[in-house]
Ligand binder design. Structure first.
Ligand code: HEM
Length: 323
């Protein structure tokens, strides 16, 4: 055997040991310990969305907000006077009861086995599929975190420039392609008037609207948000197909019909426009397939932020409290 082979074997052994110690997620993690895990989550998500369609975007956004703070460790689900869910950017999050319902069913069938972090990750996948997205295999084996602090709940803001959006995603190991693809999650769901009303009435303190908004769309948004920025009134992020996971969100951005400023900026910068074009360029079936496939891939990448596996974290008994 040559010298470099002798060096390689112990090196591979060390890598293997390190991987086992840290652990990692894998598709079908519960195959033997709780074979029904994915089906149970899926059926709870399906029936919740059938009952109330707005659960789909709510669960998807909740997963993004979980992953961006402390990694995908269900820290968003913890109660507490200063936990993440009390932070202003999380004030609109809903659907905690869907995750709780799945967890309580799973605790009956396989107690102490399935983490809340995995339930949320699977529920986000199933929400996308339920609205028309393509199914993807979601690795599991995440464990639940112990820490949840409102002070750490910092997200990209709708008024962030493209540079800042890129930086914030890069800090989480996500590149520009991931950014554009994942923000495509805005193909479902709504935003409160508060998050974009500055664009309608007083953009950058000019007393004028954002000049990049399409005129007819501006008129429509002003009618929907006549009082400026209230919290209660909500507007579709993807006008006309708010409940369908498709590529029209990207077409709208191109036409000056993006609702959030951060969305419309994706078209104004060549670095992000390049990917928007990819999702609107080809013929309809092709662009839909491309976007849906890439979305699944980017979700898996996001789902690996700050993993807690192996000896880290715990399997909570209930999702809103540490054991
Ligand atoms: C630059 C990055 C992003 C910014 C600035 C942003 C901003 C926002 C804002 C301001 C809202 C409206 C919140 C409200 O009024 O309640 C919203 C909603 C939403 N966001 Fe994002 N977001 C970003 C990325 C993402 C990503 C990566 C995903 C998922 C993969 C996502 C999924 C959603 C969904 C589904 C909704 C609708 C929620 C509902 O209808 O309840 N967002 N986002």
């Amino acid at each position: 055997m040559e010298l470099h082979s002798y060096i390689k074997i112990p090196f591979l052994f060390v890598v293997l040991l390190a991987t086992l110690a840290l652990g990692s997620t894998r598709v079908g993690f519960y195959k033997t310990t709780c074979p029904q895990a994915e089906t149970i989550v899926q059926s709870v998500v399906q029936s919740s969305i059938r009952f109330n369609r707005t659960y789909a975007p709510a669960i998807l956004q909740m997963f993004f907000h979980d992953c961006f703070v402390n990694g995908c460790d269900a820290s968003i689900l913890l109660d507490g006077s200063s936990s993440e869910k009390t932070a202003p950017p999380n004030s609109g999050l809903r659907a905690y009861e869907v995750i709780d319902a799945a967890k309580s069913m799973l605790e009956t069938v396989c107690p102490g086995v399935v983490s809340c972090a995995d339930i949320l990750a699977l529920a986000a996948r199933d929400s996308v599929v339920q609205t028309g997205g393509t199914h993807w295999a979601m690795p599991t084996g995440r464990r639940d975190g112990f820490v949840s602090l409102a002070s750490e709940a910092i997200f990209p803001s709708p008024s962030d420039s493209i540079d800042v959006q890129i930086q914030k995603f890069a800090k989480k190991g996500l590149n520009i392609e991931d950014l554009v693809t994942l923000v495509g999650g805005h193909t479902i769901g709504t935003a409160s008037c508060r998050t974009f009303s500055n664009r309608l009435y007083n953009y950058n303190n000019t007393n004028e609207p954002d000049p990049t908004i399409d005129q007819a769309f501006l008129h429509r948004l002003r009618t929907l948000c006549p009082h400026g920025g209230d919290d209660a009134t909500r507007v579709a992020l993807d006008t006309e197909s708010v409940n369908i996971f498709d590529t029209s969100y990207f077409e709208n951005i191109k036409r000056g019909r993006g609702v959030l400023e951060s969305d419309s900026l994706l078209w104004s910068d060549p670095r992000t426009q390049k990917y928007v074009k990819r999702f609107i360029g080809a013929k309809r079936p092709h662009r839909l397939t491309t976007f849906k496939k890439m979305f699944g891939k980017a979700m898996v990448k996001m789902s690996k932020i700050g993993l807690k596996t192996g000896n880290h974290g715990e399997i909570r008994r209930v999702c809103n409290k540490v054991n």
